[in-house]
Design a protein around this ligand. Structure first.
Ligand code: PLP
Length: 336
C-alpha cells in the first residue's frame, strides 16, 4: 500500500527518521542506561524496536501500558513511574511472569502496592515539578516503611519535567543539577541500585541518573523541536487531505483538534501558516506567495505535542522514504 491510499487523518511514521532517533539516543544511553517511556507512543511494536536496540526495561504511566507491554512479551522490567491506588491488574501480570516496579510517594500507595500483589518499588521524590513525589527529606523514612511491608526498594526516581522545555541549554543544565542534587540526597537515604529520571529535554544535561526515562525522542514534536540541543527528528506526522480551497487565500484539511494533542499549540504545516483548528478542520495559508494546494492533495502535519496526539489514534503507519506503507501498528497501550 502507498501512503496516498490511507484514509485520513492518519498517523504516519517515517521509518528512517525513527531509526535515526533510536540510534542517536542509544549511542548516548545504551542498554539499561535508557528506560524508554512508552506513554509517548503507546505502541508495543514501537517499544519492540527500542528493545531490539538493547533497552530491555521500560517506563510506563498507566496500568494499561504495563499490562499491554506484558501481553506483548515486553514485561522483563517495567517501571510504573506514577502513583496508582488499584494495582490488582499488576499483581496478575507479575504472577504470570512480568517484572513490575512501581513508584511510591506515600504510605497509602505503598499499601496499595502490597494489596495489589506488587513486590518492588522505587521511592518517588519531588525534585521541583509540582506533581507527585515525596519531599526528599522524607524518602528514607518512606523506604523504611516500604521495607517493613516487605516491599523490595530498588532505589529512587525523580522527574524534572518542569525543565524539559527550558530553551537555554546552560540554564537547563544548571537547574537539572539542582534537581538531581535533591534526588541524590534522597538516594543516599534510600539505597538501592536505581536512580531513575530525566526525559528527552534533559537527555544530555542529566548526567546523574542511572537510567534516563526519555520517551518523546522517538517521534518528537514541534514543542521539542524548538529546543536547540535536542537533535531528534520529527518522525511522526498526521496525514490529512485538502477538502476545500478558498480563493480568499486559504485551504482547509480534514484533520482538526480531535486529531492532535493541542496543549502545546496548533500543529504545523511546513511552508504554511496555520490559522486555527476546529474539531475536524485545520485552516491555513501558504508562506512566501506559494500557490495553494488543490482539493484532494495530501498534507503532512506536525503535532505540537506527541504524547496526547498518539493517544487519539488507533493505529500508526510506518512508511519508507518513498511513501510505501511498510507496517501498520495498533496503538495498543491506549486507555487506563
Ligand atoms: C515520569 C516521567 N518520566 C519521563 C518522561 C519522559 O519525558 P519525554 O517524553 O519528554 O522524554 C515523562 C513525560 O512527561 C514523565 O512524566
Amino acid at each position: 500500500m502507498h501512503i496516498s491510499e490511507l484514509t485520513t487523518p492518519a498517523v504516519v511514521v517515517d521509518e528512517p527518521a525513527l531509526e535515526r532517533n533510536l540510534a542517536t539516543m542509544c549511542d548516548a544511553h545504551p542498554g539499561a542506561a535508557l528506560r524508554p517511556h512508552v506513554k509517548a507512543h503507546k505502541t508495543s511494536e514501537l517499544a519492540r524496536r527500542q528493545a531490539a536496540r538493547g533497552h530491555r526495561g521500560f517506563t510506563a504511566a498507566t496500568v494499561r501500558e504495563c499490562v499491554g507491554m506484558a501481553e506483548a512479551g515486553l514485561g522483563e522490567d517495567l517501571l510504573l513511574a506514577n502513583e496508582v491506588l488499584d494495582m490488582t491488574r499488576l499483581g496478575a501480570i507479575i504472577e504470570a511472569g512480568a517484572r513490575v516496579t512501581v513508584a511510591v510517594d506515600s504510605e497509602a500507595v505503598a499499601q496499595a502496592a502490597v494489596a495489589g500483589g506488587v513486590r518492588e518499588v522505587l521511592i518517588d521524590v519531588n525534585v521541583g515539578l509540582p506533581r507527585c513525589g515525596c519531599a526528599p527529606t522524607d524518602a528514607g523514612a518512606l523506604a523504611e516503611l516500604c521495607r517493613s511491608l516487605e516491599l523490595e526498594v530498588r532505589g529512587v526516581m525523580g522527574y524534572e519535567g518542569h525543565l524539559m522545555l527550558v530553551a537555554d541549554p546552560a540554564d537547563r543544565a544548571r537547574q537539572t543539577e539542582e534537581c538531581m542534587a535533591l534526588l541524590l540526597a534522597a538516594h543516599a537515604d534510600v539505597g538501592g541500585d536505581i536512580v531513575s529520571g530525566g526525559g528527552t529535554g534533559t537527555w544530555t544535561t542529566n548526567t546523574w541518573v542511572s537510567e534516563l526515562q526519555a520517551g518523546s525522542y522517538a517521534l518528537m514534536d514541534t514543542a521539542y523541536a524548538a529546543i536547540p540541543d535536542v537533535p531528534f527528528e520529527q518522525s511522526l506526522t498526521v496525514l490529512a487531505t485538502v477538502i476545500s480551497v478558498n480563493p480568499g487565500g486559504w485551504a482547509v484539511v480534514d484533520a482538526g483538534l480531535k486529531a492532535f494533542g493541542m496543549d502545546h499549540g496548533n500543529p504545523s504545516i511546513p511552508g504554511a501558516d496555520v490559522w486555527f483548528c476546529s474539531d475536524e478542520h485545520t485552516v491555513y495559508s501558504m508562506q512566501d506567495g506559494a500557490p495553494l494546494p488543490a482539493v484532494g492533495e495530501r498534507v503532512r502535519m506536525v503535532p505540537a505535542h506527541i504524547d496526547p496526539t498518539c493517544a487519539l489514534h488507533e493505529r500508526m503507519h510506518l512508511v519508507d522514504a518513498d511513501g510505501t506503507v511498510l507496517e501498520t501498528w495498533p496503538v495498543d497501550l491506549r486507555g487506563w
